[in-house]
Ligand binder design. Structure first.
Ligand code: PEP
Length: 251
């Protein structure tokens, strides 16, 4: 079964040469590094880094590095026009990106409603681009036992018309960037809520976990039934850590 490891570099500055060097160092020393058909590596980066990094990928002699797929971190819900600062799905497609994250909690916090997230998914779909659809509850929702209805509401709002998650990242908000990873019982119960919904809707997609994934906890997280990969923020900023996580993800 294919596993997925997604890096979200967010608005951090990454030294691209160093990242590549550190990534390749691990690959060179790991004889059993998973093959590209075993784990798909996706990096979500800003468009300036994309231009530079895609050139590195194209000119690389390393097959694993060559097979890294590049996604945007966000997309406009509009087609084109007077939307200062936004980037259309058409533009992402034209410059060669393969997809984008939608519904990341940091963007939901900034005003992306369920409907806006859906519109963004629709725009990607219209261009034949893939989405990584992020959902997850905050601490108040978890502690007031409203996780199930909260997650179902997010899922229902997105899975409409022809839109569906191409990859689905379960990211409890309280675990993102905090160093607190979700406990496996919580992840398991969320996976079962999500899977019941997907089965009902006959949607086939892989569920990833995101929230303070690191070299230390990756084995524990990837062993949870139903988790087929991870979305990694902080630990993806260093090519070495990202590669070590990737090397452990096939279990
Ligand atoms: C994220 O950006 O979605 C994320 C999970 O970040 P971190 O790994 O830093 O918690």
């Amino acid at each position: 079964l294919m596993k997925y490891l997604v890096a979200n570099w967010k608005m951090n500055s990454v030294d691209l040469d160093l990242w590549e060097k550190n990534f390749l160092k691990v690959i060179g020393s790991e004889k059993d590094f998973p093959k590209s058909h075993e784990v798909k590596l996706i990096i979500c980066l800003n468009l300036y880094d994309y231009q530079l990094f895609s050139k590195k990928i194209q000119s690389s002699k390393n097959q694993i590095f060559q097979n890294i797929i590049l996604y945007a971190q966000d997309v406009s819900r509009y087609k084109e026009g007077a939307h200062t600062g936004q980037i259309s799905s058409h533009y992402l497609k034209n410059i060669g990106l393969e997809g984008s994250i939608v519904g990341h909690s940091e963007l939901r916090e900034n005003g992306d409603t369920e409907n806006i997230v859906f519109q963004k998914g629709l725009k990607l779909k219209e261009q034949g681009l893939s989405n990584i659809f992020c959902i997850g509850e905050d601490l108040v929702t978890l502690e007031s036992n409203e996780k199930k209805s909260f997650l179902l509401n997010q899922l229902k709002a997105f899975c409409k018309k022809d839109v569906k998650p191409d990859l689905l990242a379960y990211e409890p908000i309280w675990a993102i960037g905090t160093g607190i990873e979700a406990d496996s019982e919580n992840i398991k119960s969320s996976v079962s809520i999500i899977n019941d919904f997907l089965e009902q809707k006959k949607i086939n997609t892989s569920i990833l976990y995101g929230g303070s994934v690191s070299v230390e906890n990756i084995l524990e997280i990837i062993a949870i039934p139903g988790i087929e990969g991870c979305l990694v923020g902080n630990s993806s900023l260093d090519g070495e850590q990202f590669a070590i996580i990737a090397s452990k993800i096939t279990g």
